[in-house]
Design a protein around this ligand. Sequence first.
Ligand code: ADP
Ligand code: ASP
Ligand code: MG
Length: 411
Amino acid sequence: MPTLVMKFGGTSVANLDRIRRAAKRVGVEVAKGYDVIVIVSAMSGKTNELVGWVNETSPLHDAREYDSVVSSGENVTAGLMALTLQEMGVPARSWQGWQVPLMTTSAHSQARIEEIPTENINTKFKEGMKVAVVAGFQGISPEGRITTLGRGGSDTTAVAFAAAFDAERCDIYTDVDGVYTTDPRICDKARKLDKIAFEEMLELASLGAKVLQTRSVELAMRYKVKLRVLSSFEEQSDEAGTLVCDEEEIMESNVVAGVAYSRDEAKLTAVSVADRPGIAATIFGCLTDAVVNVDMIVQNISDDGRTDMTFSCPTDQVARAEKALGDYKDSGELNFSEVIADTEVAKVSVVGIGMRSQSGVAAKMFKVLSDEGINIKVITTSEIKISVLIERKYMELAVQALHDAFELEKA
Ligand code: ADP
Ligand code: ASP
Ligand code: MG
């Protein structure tokens, strides 16, 4: 039997009615002759609630216990989905990550999938089971502890299963009907794309478009998984949604494919750092040791042998970054004057493969922002994207203005 992977996100399993609706979709695919692997998220809001409970109980918590708590939301929906399918007369059972077992690294709360043995589930398919329901987002470490794959990780569970079982397709059912030129929730002119190239989706995801977890796109690209994003709220044809595919499969595309944003960014500046070899290595080495994910970096022109070093990181890592730099400062090795944190910033990015061959995108982006009176604090570029850090209150305005200026509403 051909295998299909169907993943249902939090809003698609938010209550028993929605689980029933999702199970009906699964039933349609079973009727077509597929063996189906269903990956479920926790009910929407559940994971946030669990994370909140952990933080309230223990702000500097043991990451292993964090994982054991926050992974539990998916256990509930996996069992309920299996029961719903059984009620519909579809032979189904649930698996928690450790039962598969979905083997991961030991990097708790950010684990990476290492291996998915197929024997267990395949034996059941051979015995006549039609649907394996697997709890997304969770796995088991070599030490035998429960791990989680980072927020949004059920997407990655789904793609990894599609690769391991050589599935015909991996369908990601969510609360929008595909991948858009930008988040349709903040720009009403956003246009749904029929296809998007892996490279562009990878950039958009890593720059904040949470419709797919970045790692899931990486895996789909590496293992050539046919990946589709579609709505769980509408009747679906085989052509529905957005297909994430190779660049060659897309005939025509705009220079800029999409605009992404990331709200929870912070900018930190170490003021008046000695400008000598090894300083950047020391600063960013100490931030790495403190597990701060540094994103953008700028070093100012040196004045009198001293310079300012500015970088960005997620808002919830600011305290850790300040502490790490503060500890070093006191040790005398860095002797900068102070660290200034600006936690009211956001990152806005334009992404497009067309930028490889067309110049002027950056100039246009900066002009659009300046026409709106938006000051740019930090800029970074790569071959197919340009990102700027701006004041957070201008984020939505910037996204909409860039969407207009690059005419993304037009195909
Ligand atoms: P799920 O719970 O199904 O995993 P998510 O909330 O993680 O769903 O992802 C879907 C959301 O991603 C949408 O509701 C939308 O607001 C957001 N999003 C951000 N950028 C985009 C984009 N370019 N295209 C579609 N959705 C986007
Ligand atoms: N429930 C997890 C989260 O909210 C995983 C997922 O939904 O993909 O991050
Ligand atoms: Mg998600």
